[in-house]
Design a protein around this ligand. Structure first.
Ligand SMILES: Nc1ncnc2c1ncn2[C@@H]1O[C@H](COP(=O)(O)OP(=O)(O)OP(=O)(O)O)[C@@H](O)[C@H]1O
Ligand SMILES: [Mg+2]
Length: 315
């Protein structure tokens, strides 16, 4: 059995090389923004759903081969985590791509549920749990009880959106065009969800928008915090919507236990503080927040019976 979480860059030359010799993941990421015309850089998934079907299929095939070794005799069962807000058409595309990539069976499960399983939350209990998974493409927020989602929202605000906002900000404030990777580095290096008492700074290189020449500026943590204000407000507004829909007993549970944050973007400095301040409930970042979804998917696949109720579709 194997499990995958669908997130990766994929770089290839043409349709033929897509299945034979693509650069995947970190290797592809390192080429990002640096490819000549003859090379295609593709993000098979955007905002949690399939954006490029062929590339997604090739990527899954690559993962399956990597997990099972080059020559394998059996076809694996695959658990795929998808955003809570996925449509039935998008869901079908995920199943089709997984089967086409060589899986014997494909199970679909919603990300907030597997994130919670991976964060060691006892999702089967008759008690409300608030889980917030903020990844690259989307933020998923859900109240879970008895192994299911009671109410949830999925909003297309995640790390990639923050990177875009930082790029826009440097363009506006410093007349500096910077690449997506540079923006992400700045976010991780000096970014914070709240303004810091002790400012952090870093050098950022890009292209001056007026002269067209390379230029270096000093970017501060305040710059990043300011750049991502709208995105953070969007996240808080979404969380408030979820809480507004939450039945009172479960709200009381959340008050008592607090909320759990998972996903790469939950590692942004002070993300937990931002949420707990905004709604007055304690917030905790899970251990290994980036791995919660994939760990949870693995646990669900190995205990299919126990998590049967949480699985959305099977083929
Ligand atoms: N220390 C950090 N601070 C801020 N952001 C971070 C940090 N580390 C990783 N990230 C961001 O986390 C994001 C990736 O998170 P994750 O791996 O959970 O996303 P994903 O599961 O691929 O996306 P999605 O759940 O939307 O499909 C990236 O945007 C990355 O920039
Ligand atoms: Mg994710």
């Amino acid at each position: 059995m194997i499990w995958v979480q669908l997130v990766f860059w994929f770089i290839y030359l043409d349709e033929e090389s897509l299945f034979t010799s693509p650069a995947v993941g970190i290797e592809a990421y390192d080429m990002l923004g640096r490819t000549p015309d003859t090379i295609v850089a593709s993000r098979p998934l955007k905002e949690g759903v399939i954006a490029d079907y062929k590339a997604t299929e090739a990527m899954l095939k690559y993962f399956i081969n990597k997990a099972l070794g080059g020559v394998h005799l059996f076809r694996p069962e695959v658990m795929v985590a998808v955003p809570g807000g996925i449509t039935s058409t998008e869901r079908r595309a995920v199943i089709d791509a997984t089967i086409a990539a060589g899986a014997k069976a494909a199970y679909i499960i919603k990300e907030p549920i597997v994130a919670a399983i991976g964060a060691d939350i006892p999702i089967g209990s008759a008690s409300g749990h608030l889980i917030i998974d903020i990844g690259g493409g989307t933020a998923e927020m859900a109240i879970l009880s008895l192994g299911g989602i009671v109410c949830s929202r999925s909003v297309r605000i995640g790390g990639n959106k923050l990177d875009k906002s930082i790029q826009e900000f440097t363009r506006r404030k410093y007349n500096l065009a910077i690449g997506e990777r540079t923006a992400e580095e700045a976010k991780i290096e000096v970014g914070s969800a709240t303004f810091l008492d002790k400012k952090l700074t870093m050098e950022v290189k890009g292209r001056d928008m007026i002269s067209g020449l390379p230029k270096t500026i000093i970017l501060t943590s305040d710059d990043v915090t300011e750049a991502i204000q709208d995105d953070l407000s969007g996240l808080i507004a979404t969380l408030k919507e979820v809480l507004y829909d939450t039945p009172p007993e479960l709200s009381a549970d959340v008050m008592n236990k607090g909320m759990v944050l998972t996903g790469g973007t939950s590692q942004l400095r002070n993300m937990d503080q931002l949420f707990s301040k905004a709604i007055g409930v304690a917030a905790f970042v899970a251990d290994d927040p980036v791995l919660c979804v994939v760990k949870g998917a693995g646990i669900a696949l190995e205990n299919l019976d126990a998590y049967k109720r949480s699985i959305l579709a099977t083929r």
